[in-house]
Design a protein around this ligand. Structure first.
Ligand code: THU
Length: 130
Protein backbone atom coordinates (compact mmCIF):
# COMPACT_ATOMS: atom_id res chain seq x y z
CA UNK A 1 0.00 0.00 0.00
CA UNK A 2 1.35 3.47 -0.85
CA UNK A 3 1.89 6.06 1.86
CA UNK A 4 -1.01 8.07 0.47
CA UNK A 5 -3.29 5.04 0.51
CA UNK A 6 -2.34 4.42 4.14
CA UNK A 7 -3.29 8.03 4.95
CA UNK A 8 -6.59 7.66 3.07
CA UNK A 9 -7.41 4.45 4.91
CA UNK A 10 -6.76 5.79 8.41
CA UNK A 11 -8.70 8.96 7.56
CA UNK A 12 -11.85 6.83 7.66
CA UNK A 13 -11.26 6.36 11.40
CA UNK A 14 -11.06 10.08 12.18
CA UNK A 15 -13.23 11.28 15.04
CA UNK A 16 -14.47 14.59 13.65
CA UNK A 17 -18.11 15.07 14.75
CA UNK A 18 -17.66 18.82 15.31
CA UNK A 19 -15.90 19.92 12.13
CA UNK A 20 -17.03 17.00 9.94
CA UNK A 21 -13.57 17.32 8.41
CA UNK A 22 -11.70 14.02 8.48
CA UNK A 23 -7.94 14.04 8.01
CA UNK A 24 -5.52 11.14 7.63
CA UNK A 25 -1.73 11.17 7.85
CA UNK A 26 0.94 8.54 7.23
CA UNK A 27 4.67 8.69 7.92
CA UNK A 28 7.44 6.51 6.65
CA UNK A 29 10.80 6.19 8.42
CA UNK A 30 14.26 4.88 7.47
CA UNK A 31 13.18 1.39 8.62
CA UNK A 32 10.43 1.40 5.98
CA UNK A 33 7.75 1.15 8.64
CA UNK A 34 4.58 3.22 8.17
CA UNK A 35 2.87 5.04 11.05
CA UNK A 36 -0.62 6.45 10.69
CA UNK A 37 -2.82 8.94 12.49
CA UNK A 38 -6.17 10.67 12.15
CA UNK A 39 -7.66 13.75 13.75
CA UNK A 40 -9.37 13.10 17.07
CA UNK A 41 -11.72 15.92 18.08
CA UNK A 42 -13.16 16.58 21.52
CA UNK A 43 -16.28 18.33 22.75
CA UNK A 44 -13.83 20.66 24.53
CA UNK A 45 -12.67 21.89 21.14
CA UNK A 46 -9.05 22.88 21.91
CA UNK A 47 -8.38 19.35 23.20
CA UNK A 48 -8.72 17.91 19.71
CA UNK A 49 -5.61 16.62 17.96
CA UNK A 50 -4.52 16.69 14.32
CA UNK A 51 -3.88 13.67 12.14
CA UNK A 52 -0.19 14.53 11.80
CA UNK A 53 0.19 14.66 15.58
CA UNK A 54 -1.35 11.19 15.86
CA UNK A 55 1.01 9.73 13.27
CA UNK A 56 4.01 11.36 14.94
CA UNK A 57 2.94 9.99 18.34
CA UNK A 58 2.63 6.48 16.89
CA UNK A 59 6.09 6.76 15.34
CA UNK A 60 7.72 7.95 18.56
CA UNK A 61 5.87 5.34 20.65
CA UNK A 62 7.33 2.66 18.36
CA UNK A 63 10.84 3.97 19.05
CA UNK A 64 11.45 5.86 15.81
CA UNK A 65 12.23 9.56 15.42
CA UNK A 66 13.02 10.22 11.75
CA UNK A 67 10.35 11.21 9.23
CA UNK A 68 11.46 10.40 5.68
CA UNK A 69 8.13 11.34 4.12
CA UNK A 70 4.68 12.28 5.38
CA UNK A 71 1.42 12.16 3.45
CA UNK A 72 -1.72 14.04 4.53
CA UNK A 73 -5.15 13.73 2.97
CA UNK A 74 -8.56 15.29 3.45
CA UNK A 75 -11.73 15.96 1.47
CA UNK A 76 -11.06 19.54 0.42
CA UNK A 77 -11.07 21.57 -2.81
CA UNK A 78 -7.26 21.67 -2.98
CA UNK A 79 -4.61 19.44 -1.34
CA UNK A 80 -4.58 19.95 2.43
CA UNK A 81 -1.65 21.90 3.82
CA UNK A 82 -0.63 20.92 7.37
CA UNK A 83 -1.60 23.56 9.95
CA UNK A 84 1.10 25.75 11.45
CA UNK A 85 1.40 23.73 14.64
CA UNK A 86 1.78 20.51 12.66
CA UNK A 87 4.49 22.08 10.50
CA UNK A 88 6.48 22.69 13.69
CA UNK A 89 5.75 19.17 14.96
CA UNK A 90 6.88 17.64 11.65
CA UNK A 91 10.05 19.79 11.68
CA UNK A 92 11.05 18.27 15.02
CA UNK A 93 11.53 14.90 13.32
CA UNK A 94 12.34 15.70 9.68
CA UNK A 95 15.21 17.14 7.66
CA UNK A 96 14.29 20.30 5.70
CA UNK A 97 14.37 18.29 2.45
CA UNK A 98 11.90 15.64 3.67
CA UNK A 99 8.88 15.34 1.42
CA UNK A 100 5.37 16.35 2.47
CA UNK A 101 2.70 14.95 0.17
CA UNK A 102 -0.59 16.83 0.46
CA UNK A 103 -3.67 15.38 -1.18
CA UNK A 104 -7.39 15.44 -1.64
CA UNK A 105 -9.48 12.28 -1.47
CA UNK A 106 -10.34 12.71 -5.16
CA UNK A 107 -6.73 12.49 -6.28
CA UNK A 108 -5.21 15.98 -6.40
CA UNK A 109 -1.66 15.94 -5.08
CA UNK A 110 0.81 18.67 -4.15
CA UNK A 111 4.31 18.02 -2.86
CA UNK A 112 6.53 20.40 -0.90
CA UNK A 113 9.52 19.92 1.38
CA UNK A 114 9.41 20.48 5.12
CA UNK A 115 11.73 23.45 4.66
CA UNK A 116 9.41 25.00 2.09
CA UNK A 117 6.44 24.61 4.43
CA UNK A 118 8.23 26.11 7.44
CA UNK A 119 11.13 28.30 6.36
CA UNK A 120 13.29 29.85 9.06
CA UNK A 121 11.94 27.49 11.69
CA UNK A 122 12.80 27.70 15.37
CA UNK A 123 15.21 24.89 16.23
CA UNK A 124 17.45 23.66 19.04
CA UNK A 125 20.29 25.72 17.56
CA UNK A 126 18.46 28.90 18.60
CA UNK A 127 18.77 27.92 22.27
CA UNK A 128 22.54 27.53 22.25
CA UNK A 129 23.09 30.69 24.37
CA UNK A 130 20.58 29.54 26.95
N1 THU B 1 -6.66 19.09 10.99
C1 THU B 1 -5.71 18.12 10.92
O1 THU B 1 -5.92 16.98 11.38
N2 THU B 1 -4.53 18.44 10.33
C2 THU B 1 -4.24 19.65 9.79
O2 THU B 1 -3.09 19.89 9.39
C3 THU B 1 -5.30 20.65 9.63
C4 THU B 1 -6.48 20.44 10.50
C5 THU B 1 -7.94 18.77 11.65
C6 THU B 1 -8.10 19.41 13.00
C7 THU B 1 -9.61 19.42 13.14
O3 THU B 1 -10.04 18.20 13.69
C8 THU B 1 -10.13 19.54 11.71
O4 THU B 1 -9.02 19.22 10.88
C9 THU B 1 -10.64 20.92 11.35
O5 THU B 1 -9.70 21.90 11.62
Amino acid sequence: MSLLDAAKKVRENAHAPYSNFKVGAAITTPSGQVYVGCNVENVAYPEGTCAEAGAIAAMVAAGETQIVEIAVVADCPTPIPPCGGCRQKISEFAEPNAQVTMATVDGQINTLSVGELLPGSFSAAHMENG
